[in-house]
Ligand binder design. Structure first.
Ligand SMILES: *[C@@H]1O[C@H](CO)[C@@H](O)[C@H](O)[C@H]1NC(C)=O
Length: 428
């Protein structure tokens, strides 16, 4: 395998150097799965993200933009207030504040086809930061900072999903109209918005009732473009335990897929989804893989230890299940490596996505038992390998993304309402 497997870990507080980089090619035979002594891969802590990393996006070959929510981040803007977003330089390992002035909590993001990043939605503001729940934010890498368009999103979007459409526009889908632990009908937003609006004029919402059928677990739905030969705009849309193939051009459901076995897969019983690399020897047949989550909304509930694979264009396809490498994970992150293998990292072995309840010795951590061990999944052989473990819990509000040297950058974790250090699961 020609992948350099260095897992860069970012720390919000101090900087530690854990381990030097390890080249996979230099290692002896790959370790068996679930080998607790695995030394494949190595974590190296390289710098501070400045803001907690709720989202991370590689915006140019040497720069990563982090987006956080409204909280007392260490990194300050020129006006003295805490930054909600930073730009991290991969060469100097330093972060600088970016100009976001509306609350990004529970927003989402995607790329426009023209190379501008879009973020939409969020939460209400406070005395110093304005509401972000109807804000659309644009980051053009050649400009290097955010432009916020406040109030242009036609309805409140908290925990929407976003996806880049084949024509280069973005779709903003679902969410709720107010912050909530679990969604409910009164605040559900079963609609979508396209940006830029296809016919000019203001942004508009289009009803999408399928989402209501997935209540209460329909927040941050999973959305992927289904590649096809006919130039159609077909989407796989999934939440809770159910998904469909939807033709956006004609507004019709093409396929209703069977329910995924095992637990619930979306917020706050958060799993993850990824389209398996398209394989020319298999006629580029699109296959989705959905992993992790939890069965019930209880803080002692063990995380879901299963993944399902589903061929999206095969008639009457059934879910092909596995045990997710033998480890339950809620809030896993899935990242492609350069050879098409998939890194599963971060997450918790118990509970669900959200903030701790209470403080001090009485704190109840709703995500508990952090999973320190990344797994490397081979989507062709369908096997998992255990990688060297991290020492930093990374649960709610943590991220991972591939960077151009072939490493994976891992950051964040903050299972509490604001920056909090020296607690059991401090802000990273
Ligand atoms: C991309 O399109 C958006 C929306 O029309 C526009 O605001 C942005 O400036 C464009 N970016 C570039 C790099 O042209």
């Amino acid at each position: 395998m020609n992948v350099k497997l260095v897992l860069f870990a970012f720390l919000f507080g101090g900087l530690i150097l854990l381990n030097d980089k390890t080249n996979v090619n230099a290692l002896p035979a790959l370790q068996a799965r679930q080998d607790p002594g695995s030394t494949l891969g190595a974590f190296k802590i390289v710098g501070k993200s400045g803001v907690n990393a709720m989202h991370a996006v590689l915006v140019s070959p040497r720069k990563v933009v982090f987006v956080d929510k409204l909280e007392n981040n260490a990194l300050k803007r020129p006006d003295g207030l805490s930054a909600l977003s930073s730009e991290y330089d991969l060469d100097t390992n330093t972060a600088k504040p970016l100009g976001i002035y509306t609350n990004t909590f529970c927003s989402s993001g995607s790329w426009l086809g023209n190379g501008t990043l879009v973020e939409a939605g969020g939460d209400k503001g406070d005395a110093n930061y304005r509401s972000g729940i109807q804000t659309l934010r644009l980051y053009d890498p050649s400009v290097g900072d955010w432009v916020e368009l406040e109030g242009i999103v036609p309805s409140n979007r908290w925990y929407p999903a976003m996806v880049t459409l084949p024509n280069g526009n973005v779709m903003i889908l679902g969410g709720s109209t107010a912050a909530t632990g679990v969604n409910r009908a009164e605040i559900d937003n079963p609609t979508y918005t396209i940006f830029p609006p296809p016919n000019g004029g203001p942004l508009t919402d289009t009803a999408f009732p399928f989402l209501s059928s997935l209540l209460p677990y329909n927040l941050y739905p999973m959305v992927h473009v289904i590649p096809n030969y006919e130039g159609k705009t077909q989407l796989f849309i999934f939440a809770n335990q159910n998904g469909i193939a939807y033709d956006l051009d004609t507004g019709t459901t093409i396929t209703t897929y069977p329910k995924i076995p095992g637990g619930i897969r979306s917020y706050p019983l958060t799993g993850t989804s990824i389209i398996i690399p398209l394989d020319p020897t298999d006629y580029y047949k699109p296959t989705v893989m959905i992993c992790g989550g939890n069965k019930v909304y209880e803080l002692t509930s063990p995380a879901e230890a299963s993944c399902g694979r589903l061929e999206l264009t095969t008639p009457n396809a059934a879910w092909e299940m596995d045990e997710f490498g033998g480890q339950g994970r809620v809030m896993p992150d899935a990242t492609f490596l350069v050879d098409g293998s998939i890194l599963f990292v971060n997450g918790a072995a118990t509970g669900f996505a959200g903030y701790r309840k209470g403080g001090g010795a009485n704190a109840l951590w709703v995500n508990e038992n952090p999973v320190f061990t990344p797994f490397l999944y081979d989507p062709f052989a369908k096997t998992y390998k255990t990688l060297a473990a991290s020492t930093i819990p990374r649960m709610y509000h943590s991220v991972s993304t591939l960077i151009p040297d072939g490493s994976v950058l891992i950051a964040g974790s903050n299972p509490q309402g604001s920056v909090s250090l020296n607690v059991k699961y401090s802000t990273e």
